[in-house]
Design a protein around this ligand. Structure first.
Ligand SMILES: Cc1ncc(COP(=O)(O)O)c(C=O)c1O
Length: 397
């Protein structure tokens, strides 16, 4: 190979470049990564050890029947779907964390669309966005189309405003609710509108719902209810995982639920390409999805931390506490913008956050909707979160 195109840097690699070589002003606190640090639920150890012998086996790509039934049963209970609505054979797929699923689903979607979407198939994504959406579109040879999810639109992308010719060549749209980083939540009507739009233009709707269980006020609706009220799951896939709901990011266990025809075709491709979920981890998922007590406790812990955030920063940020997810998404434009505040916060106070502009991109109008923001993950203990926010408050005084 004589030359190569550099791969895009992840937000965390860019953050590393921003602060490498700069000594933290105080003992470091890292609130940059969305990795839950609440305890692993107590039943995980015993379930894992009881299933240990299954580590000798290659797991089936479609998962065990018990795994599929547990996922389907949980989703039906959680989203108020009639029992048995989700196809236990083809309506659920295990994923090695939802991230690889979002990636491989895109490759499959573009491959299945073939020439039907013309020579420049498009993939829609919100801006800011979870990095894998854009990477997947690029890898699939599709055009990633960034759609601003700004405050004036409730931090949700308005795909319905795109020109008809673009929607007609769209293969799939990524939509996240609760959204990372803003924590915005789409209501049922909005989700129904998205499902109708996807059906009108014949594209797949990939609904990233991995923060669905971290909320304040009211449990977020899911795309499956929206799809069912419109007749069925065709063209719709919900992605979720144990990472945020059950503090099991390291177990790498996610799942896709929805359109059986798409999931069946995708399972065929996954059979020769994708990582499987180890059987003992599937057993953990069966137990985790049957238990809501640890999920309630998680929400209680997040609520305490948001109350502290409100106490420390509420006077400067009127809409500080988002309805979903576990981030603070703070507009620090009047203090110099996201990159500047991130660099100062590290240098003066040893607190590591992510500049919002690293989670978003400059769009066709030359605007980076995340540029003025920083993202703070509320994943640490109450005491550590309080300390991090107090240090931030001093920098923003
Ligand atoms: C919006 C969003 N989607 C998907 C994921 C992937 O999570 P996992 O692969 O652990 O299921 C993350 C992880 O941070 C995320 O923030």
């Amino acid at each position: 190979m004589s030359s190569c195109v550099p791969l895009p840097l992840s937000p965390f690699q860019r953050l590393g470049r921003l602060i490498t070589g700069v000594e933290p002003g105080l003992p470091p606190i890292d609130v940059s990564v969305g990795e839950p640090r609440h305890p692993v639920p107590s039943f995980v150890g015993p379930v894992l050890s009881a299933a240990l012998a299954d580590f000798v086996r290659y797991p089936p790509i479609k998962g065990t029947p018990a795994f599929r039934a547990a996922v389907a049963g949980w989703a039906e209970r959680r989203f108020g779907l009639p029992a048995g609505t989700i196809d236990r054979d083809d309506g659920v797929l295990p994923l090695n964390g939802s991230r690889e699923g979002l990636f491989h689903a895109t490759l499959t979607a573009v491959r299945l669309a073939g020439a039907t979407k013309g020579s420049r198939p498009a993939i829609l994504l919100p801006n800011p966005f979870y990095a894998v959406y854009a990477a997947a579109a690029e890898a699939a040879g599709a055009e990633p189309v960034l759609v601003a999810a700004s405050r004036k639109d409730g931090f949700l992308p308005r795909f319905e405003r795109l020109p008809a010719d673009l929607l007609a060549r769209t293969v799939a749209a990524f939509h996240a609710s609760p959204a990372n980083p803003q924590g915005a939540v789409a209501d049922l009507e909005r989700l129904q509108g998205l499902v109708s739009l996807a059906r009108q233009y014949g594209f797949l709707l990939f609904s990233d719902e991995c923060y669905s269980e971290i909320w304040r006020g009211r449990a977020p609706d899911g795309v499956l209810s929206a799809a069912l009220s419109g007749g069925g799951f065709q063209g719709v896939v919900a992605f979720n995982s144990l990472s945020k709901r059950s503090n099991l990011a390291g177990a790498r266990c996610g799942f896709a639920i929805g359109d059986p025809a798409f999931l069946k075709a995708w399972a065929g491709l996954r059979n020769v390409t994708a990582p499987q979920v180890p059987m003992p981890i599937q057993a953990v998922a069966v137990a985790a999805l049957a238990d809501e007590a640890h999920v309630l406790e998680n929400r209680r812990l997040y609520d305490l931390k948001y109350a502290v955030a409100q106490e420390i920063l509420g006077d400067r940020f009127p809409d500080l506490v988002p309805p979903g997810g576990f981030f603070l998404w703070l507009d620090v434009g009047r203090w110099g913008g996201g990159e500047d505040v991130t660099a100062r916060l590290w240098k003066e106070k040893g607190v590591k956050v992510v500049p919002g502009g690293y989670l978003s991109a400059t769009d066709a109008d030359g605007i980076n909707p995340g540029g003025d923001f920083i993202r703070i993950a509320m994943v640490e203990s109450l005491e550590t979160s309080r300390e991090a926010l107090s240090r931030l408050s001093e920098v923003l005084s």
